[in-house]
Design a protein around this ligand. Sequence first.
Ligand SMILES: [Zn+2]
Ligand SMILES: [Zn+2]
Length: 279
Amino acid sequence: MGFKLWVQLFLLLAFIAPHLASARNLQGSRKGDNRKGIHGVKAYLQRYGYYVTQNETNSQTNAFDEALEESIKSYQKFFKLNVSGALDKETLDQMAKPRCGVSDNFTTAGGKLGGSYYAFFPGRRIWAPEKRHLTYGFIHDYPSKYVPQVMRAFATWEANTHFTFSQAVGGQTADIVLSFERRDHGDGHPFDGLGGALAHCFGPIDGRVHFDAQEIWDWGIRILQNDLESVALHEIGHALGLGHTDVQDAVMWPTMNFGSRKTRLHDDDINGIHALYGN
Ligand SMILES: [Zn+2]
Ligand SMILES: [Zn+2]
């Protein structure tokens, strides 16, 4: 194993160890409890659209309040876990998974009539009808070794939609602009380092796609890496107007497992894009 891999392994262990300790401490906690680390769960659920409070100071305490119980229930419902309102192992495991940084709270649900379905980006923002060719570009010293994965992801969407994509040339401003960013990068949605949020996108017609530069991408120890093509495929879905689905096998499902790949669109992803732009 090369030096870089050892460094990554060390970083990952350094990342996992406190999470494991915290998860052990939180496991089994329920309404009325007051345990160290609960404020972190509130912050997580707030970031992803589940914990809503009128009183900001509540979100900073370790008190397991009513609002937290309600938000855990909606989280468990979305991720098809046992809806207990308590922090059981399965719920904590789900929260520990790497995921997309975009919130799950989409009020403009697609076909959510009594079942699982795709959802739309907030506000149901879409590209104009005459705009079916979109350009993409790479900025901020985007590493060239990560270009082919993104091009494959665009090709996959192109094969399943009426959109065509090409790389912007010369000084042309691209519709979808991709970059690697780290921590606070000026858009109000700071990345969180290794693990946690992998990437985020601002939807149509903003088109910015950011990958967290501090993740392990596409190389290194296979079980620890994130597949850039899979994540790009998901973020391009946002760039086209899709939100997070609760269909686990779909590309627009919000979490990823380390070492896993999703490089083909699911019927749910295709149905979602057809619902936005027609068949
Ligand atoms: Zn997402
Ligand atoms: Zn960003």
